[in-house]
Design a protein around this ligand. Structure first.
Ligand code: SAM
Length: 253
């Protein structure tokens, strides 16, 4: 992936501290996360999530894990469509922003789940408190670059999915058209830190655009999906390549 930044950028934490850094950062920006997302993407984030769910082509009443759910935008859409969604995130601050749902701290116990909303569980994507072969599908929005170890997340994803279950990972991307790239780069590296810094957190909205350097090249990512038990791996992009969606199915065993 092209990037004008390097991993030596001082805003990026070292591998040792990344997990705590990311969790604290999302706790800090949770209160305005949804607003900032809509503002900084001009509302496109909702459309990208909508397109993701269409691409997943879920069977009615599917049990879907919303991995690194944040305030639960995917969970909300899934519940509205009649699916059984469970959101997992390690930031309690983000989970608390999900309106009307019960937060189950640490383990998937039998909490009372508000009507029309999904259950939320505090947990780590690298070690999921979810039974093996239990979920019909998994969706993950804008978290791949924030994970300390994506290999572990993929291994956990195939473990908890039923055979042939579908996984969808939505992430930011870099447009390949030079004119669009320049516009996108200006927005991402100048507008996002400026507006984010004024309305939320200076440090976080410098980290978020810079963290694209954590994303492996597309072909490396695709190989990882196959390595961890997925098949039919498909990548598509939205909005001139501003975001990318990886869709994959767990191998039938
Ligand atoms: C950019 S936010 C995305 C939130 C939401 N999925 C969305 O579509 O807006 C990234 C989320 O990943 C979560 N996260 C990062 N690493 C995680 C991990 N190892 N386990 C669980 N959650 C994690 C953060 O707490 C944060 O809520």
């Amino acid at each position: 992936m092209n990037s004008t930044r390097s991993r030596s950028d001082s805003i990026l934490p070292s591998d040792d501290s990344k997990r705590e850094y990311v969790r604290n950062m999302f706790d800090d920006i949770a209160f305005r996360y949804r607003l900032m997302n809509s503002l900084l993407t001009l509302g496109l984030d909702g459309w990208w999530r909508h397109k993701t769910l269409i691409a997943m082509d879920l069977k009615p009443n599917s049990l879907v894990l919303d991995l690194a759910c944040g305030p639960g935008e995917f969970s909300k859409l899934l519940a509205q469509q009649g699916h059984r969604a469970v959101g997992i995130d390690f930031s309690l601050g983000m989970l608390r922003q999900s309106a009307g749902s019960s937060v189950i701290n640490g383990s998937p116990t039998k909490g009372s789940i508000a009507k029309d909303s999904a259950a939320k569980v505090q947990g780590d994507a690298m070690s999921l408190p979810v039974a093996t072969n239990s979920c019909d599908a998994l969706v993950c929005g804008f978290a791949v670059r924030n994970f300390l170890n994506f290999d572990k997340v993929l291994a956990e994803s195939t473990r908890i999915l039923k055979p042939r279950g579908v996984a969808a990972f939505l992430e930011v991307s870099t447009p390949t058209n030079p004119a669009i790239y320049r516009l996108h780069n200006f927005h991402f590296s100048t507008v996002v830190p400026l507006i984010g810094g004024i309305l939320s957190s200076k440090t976080a909205y410098r980290y978020l655009p810079a963290s694209v350097v954590y994303l492996p090249e597309t072909n490396v990512l695709i190989r990882k999906f196959y390595r961890y038990g997925f098949t039919h791996v498909d990548r598509r992009t939205f909005t001139f390549g501003a975001t990318q969606l990886f869709l994959a199915h767990k191998r039938d065993i």
